[in-house]
Design a protein around this ligand. Sequence first.
Ligand code: PLP
Length: 445
Amino acid sequence: MSAAPGFALAGGDLHASLEDPVLGSIAFLNEVMTRYPSAISFAPGAPNLAHLADVDVTAYAARYERHLIEERGTTAERARNLLHEYGPSRGLINDLIAEALRHDQGINAPPRSVVVTVGAQEAMLLTLRALCRSPDDLLAVVEPVFVGMTGAARLLDVDLVPVPETADGIDLDALRGACAEARTRGRRIRAVYVAPDYSNPSGSVLDLETRRRLLALADHEDLVLIEDSAYGFTAPPGRALPSLKALDTACRVVHLGTFAKVCLPGARVGFAVADQRVVRADGAEGVLADDLAVLKGMVTVNTSPLCQAVIGGMLLAHGGSLAALGAATSAHYRCNLAHLLAALDRELGGATPPGVRWNSPSGGFFVRVRLPVRVDTALLERCATEFGVLWTPMEHFYLSGGGTDELRLSCSYLTPDRIDEGIGRFAAFVREVAGPPRRGRRALP
Ligand SMILES: Cc1ncc(COP(=O)(O)O)c(C=O)c1O
């Protein structure tokens, strides 16, 4: 795009995050997708909206308005105004969210400890802003890590410390070592960002024992755990593990959630549960959610009440349960994921080229594939041009230079037919870059 003549800003004078490879890589991936519109894309972690075609947002908003009038005793005029005015920074549907979390997950957090945010993304930003006071406060992240959190930290100039992912979910010895190492440098690991259920990008799960040990370590090392539960709802029935927050007897966990994957990404409604007690110098007490709400007042002011009303109406229409609201969507994604894994097995499993491996998560959106070659944006462009398939290079999710032989496939955006066709093309690409097959395959954890 040609800019107006005259005054020009030097890129180097703008915030350093704008030159950060993480932010650049997201822009690049979006741009690649627009350049190959006919390619079959396993790149976006975005939900497919086909099953939402019939969602009547007006009816859901009206359902919430009726709830205010009939069950909360609000006058009709006040109920309408609540939806049309600016709203409280803390949110409007906090009680419904708190009740759903209590009912579905056994998280006992009062509505006052909930802040309704513009997606989980804003919740990450606010939580990090509130927790990190000095440049010596560090955020540890399980690596590979969701770029939304990396980006939020970059925007806030919070330095990151990668902690390796393991088959159990997180290398706790490495985290303990990182805490000690930070202390020797006069710094402190303030918080740890962790997505215990089917993380983005690797689909990993923290097992129950590791959840307990992580909570104990957080208590021992004086850490706050920032739990991102975006994909927890995709666990197969009866196999969901308790969230960190549900196990959190010491109040170490700030729990972040989103309705984007469960039901309606366009509503941009997420939330933070921050019930940590905050004691001020003058002895006044509150909870961390109060502070998040203050910060939110300076960022987005409040989350659109109309959008909250739609989500509130959807929750009410499903008996106030997040699990019930997400049940059909979750089944849809599990079906896609099973389809993707079956297609990989069919196309590459019997005669796997050497050095090719992939994991088989039971939920979430993502499958991680390892190739015996350098996996970068050049290889992605080659795959797009010659094979008409897109995916995401994993190196964008690493802070310390890893992931250079891995890519991420997402099952969320495509229909089963397109998954079959896309994996057929992908397998041809893999065979070409990885060489002749051998029998059987070794799985990634
Ligand atoms: C792990 C994870 N957390 C949070 C988000 C963002 O959620 P929201 O759309 O509510 O901002 C995503 C979106 O892809 C995600 O993958």
